[in-house]
Write a protein that binds this ligand. Structure first.
Ligand code: AMP
Length: 174
């Protein structure tokens, strides 16, 4: 089994329910075992072309025996099942659910469909703040810094407010 970290975000519909249901769905197939969920943070939407609600963001720590690409397929299935619409043309729009693989063990992946560590995660407070609750001392390649150090180095900017405390995942929820 490999330990991995998954970022979850939602800014449409019942955002908190969407996140909880997404984790239950990930667990249901049996290939993914959720372990701990960070606090939920409410954050300002950035760069969205439509009029947008604020995001709920968090990070899940989980285990899997799936390969990185199979894991990507599984999270894509859950995004689609939760009603994610992907417009053409690359426009950034509101989304019911966005799932990104942040770390997958210590494996570095750099192919067309998948890059791990996720390439933009180190600039994002809404990723680093929840991730630092789960693994503050983990090294964040290719930087030589830990997750907590990267969070402390971020400039002010985006607001990120804790709206629910983190917790162990309860398998009954699946
Ligand atoms: P989006 O859902 O808009 O954030 O983008 C999803 C696309 O990003 C997917 O089609 C993936 O092929 C690609 N991608 C690249 N690296 C990652 C990653 N670490 N986690 C999730 N998706 C990734």
């Amino acid at each position: 089994m490999v330990l991995f970290y998954l970022a979850l975000g939602s800014n449409l519909g019942d955002r908190i329910q969407t996140i909880d249901q997404a984790i239950a769905r990930l667990a249901r197939g049996g290939d993914i075992r959720p372990l701990r969920l960070s606090s939920l943070f409410e954050t300002e939407p950035e760069g969205l072309v439509d009029r947008a609600k604020r995001f709920i963001n968090c990070v899940l720590e989980a285990e899997t025996a799936l390969s990185p690409l199979s894991l990507l397929d599984s999270i894509g299935d859950v995004e689609n099942a939760m009603g994610r619409v992907r417009p053409g043309g690359g426009a950034v729009v509101s989304r019911t659910l966005d799932l990104d693989i942040l770390f997958y063990g210590d494996v570095i992946v750099d192919c067309e469909r998948l890059q791990i560590p996720h390439p933009r995660m180190y600039q994002r407070r809404f990723v680093l703040a929840p991730l630092a609750e789960l693994c503050p001392h983990r090294l964040a390649p290719p930087t030589r810094h830990t997750v907590r150090e990267l969070l402390l180095k971020l400039d002010g900017g985006e607001k990120c407010q804790r709206v629910r405390e983190g917790r162990e995942w309860n398998p009954q929820e699946a």
